[in-house]
Ligand binder design. Structure first.
Ligand SMILES: C[S@@+](CC[C@H](N)C(=O)[O-])C[C@H]1O[C@@H](n2cnc3c(N)ncnc32)[C@H](O)[C@@H]1O
Length: 294
C-alpha cells in the first residue's frame, strides 16, 4: 500500500526532508507494515550460517553483562533471541518509537518480564546513567536523525566498560548483484518521486564505514571501535525472493499498487536470470559496529 507522509511530500516538492518529516514517514511505514524487517533479515545468513540478530546476540557475555538494551527493537525478535539464549537472569529491555512494532513485541514477549518503552532513541530519560552493559541496535541506527544525540545517549547509559553493537547498511560494492537489485527498486521509486534516493532516510554518514567511525569516535573518543563488513545471503525461488527482498526496502513502500506490481515482476525476472543451482539469490552488504569502552 502506497505510503504518503510528510517526508514523501517534502521529497516530492524538492525540499530537504527534516527530522519531523522522517519521524512521520517511519511511523506511517511501520504502522502499516510492522514486523517487516525481521521477515527478511531473519533468513539472511553469513558464511557461517548466522543471521545478523545472532551476530549481535553473540556480543553478550553473560560472565560480565547483566543489563542489555535493544534500541529500535521493532517487533522484539532480537530480545526474544537473547531471552532464549541467556534466560531470565539477563535483564533485557527494548525501546522503539513505533507503537505497532511494540504491540508485536509485547505479544511475542508476554511470557517474559522484559520491559518495553515507547520513546525516541535520542532521549532515554527513563534509563539511568551507567546502568546498561550492552546496547544493541539492529538495522535502526541508519534511520535515526539527528544521530549524534543517539551516540551521546548510548554513552550516557552504558557502564564504564559497556559495549555498543549495531548492524547497519554496508558497502554496496562488496555484495555481488546488490546494486542491480537496489537500482530496480529505486528506479521505480524515482518514477513516482524523481528525487527519491538523493536524500536517504536518516543520517547518510552512518551508511559508510568511514563516516560511521568518525561519528562514533566523536562520542567514544577513548574506546575501541571496530567495524566488520558482512555479507548476508538468502536463496529462494525467484518469485518468493522478489517479494521478500522488496519488503525490506523502505523505497518499495512509497510505490503505487501498479508500480509495486511492475517492480516485483522486474525483480523476479532479475532473480530468474541470475539463478544459481536453480534458486534466486540476494546478498546484502552490512556492517557490524562494535564499540567497547575501556
Ligand atoms: C528497520 S526497523 C528494525 C527493527 C528491529 N530492530 C529489527 O531489526 O527487526 C527500524 C526500527 O527503528 C525504529 N526507530 C527508527 N528511528 C528511531 C528513533 N529515533 N528512536 C526510536 N526508534 C526508532 C523504528 O520504529 C523501527 O521499529
Amino acid at each position: 500500500m502506497k505510503i504518503v507522509s510528510a517526508w514523501t511530500r517534502q521529497i516530492e516538492s524538492g525540499q530537504h526532508p527534516n527530522s519531523a518529516g522522517l519521524r512521520n514517514h517511519l511511523t506511517a511505514v511501520h504502522d502499516k507494515n510492522a514486523g517487516f524487517t525481521e521477515r527478511f533479515a531473519w533468513d539472511c545468513r553469513d558464511a557461517n550460517g548466522k543471521n545478523s540478530y545472532q551476530l549481535l546476540a553473540d556480543v553478550i557475555d553473560q560472565k560480565c553483562h547483566s543489563n542489555v538494551l535493544d534500541l529500535g527493537c521493532g517487533s522484539g525478535v532480537l530480545l526474544d533471541l537473547c531471552y532464549q539464549k541467556f534466560g531470565p537472569e539477563l535483564v533485557l529491555s527494548g525501546v522503539d518509537m513505533n507503537d505497532a512494532e511494540l504491540k508485536l513485541a509485547r505479544q511475542r514477549l508476554a511470557h517474559t518480564d522484559i520491559k518495553l518503552h515507547q520513546s525516541m532513541a535520542q532521549n532515554l530519560h527513563f534509563v539511568a546513567d551507567a546502568s546498561i552493559d550492552v546496547v544493541l541496535c539492529h538495522w535502526a541506527l541508519t534511520l535515526m536523525d539527528p544521530v549524534s544525540p543517539v551516540f551521546a545517549t548510548i554513552k550516557r547509559v552504558l557502564t564504564a566498560d559497556g559495549v555498543f553493537a549495531a548492524i547497519i547498511d554496508g558497502d554496496t560494492a562488496t555484495a555481488p548483484g546488490y546494486a542491480e537489485i537496489h537500482n530496480i527498486i529505486y528506479g521505480y521509486a524515482q518514477r513516482e518521486y524523481p528525487s527519491y534516493g538523493t536524500t536517504e532516510l536518516g543520517d547518510p554518514r552512518v551508511r559508510r564505514a568511514g563516516g560511521l567511525k568518525e561519528l562514533a569516535s566523536k562520542t567514544f573518543n577513548d574506546s575501541d571501535i571496530n567495524i566488520t563488513p558482512l555479507l548476508l545471503g538468502l536463496n529462494a525461488a525467484p518469485d518468493v525472493l522478489a517479494r521478500e527482498a522488496a519488503g525490506f526496502f523502505y523505497a518499495s513502500f512509497v510505490l503505487s499498487e501498479a508500480g509495486h506490481h511492475k517492480m516485483l515482476i522486474d525483480l523476479e525476472t532479475y532473480f530468474t536470470n541470475h539463478q544459481k543451482d536453480g534458486t534466486g539469490c540476494i546478498v546484502m552488504p552490512a556492517n557490524l559496529l562494535i564499540v567497547r569502552q575501556n
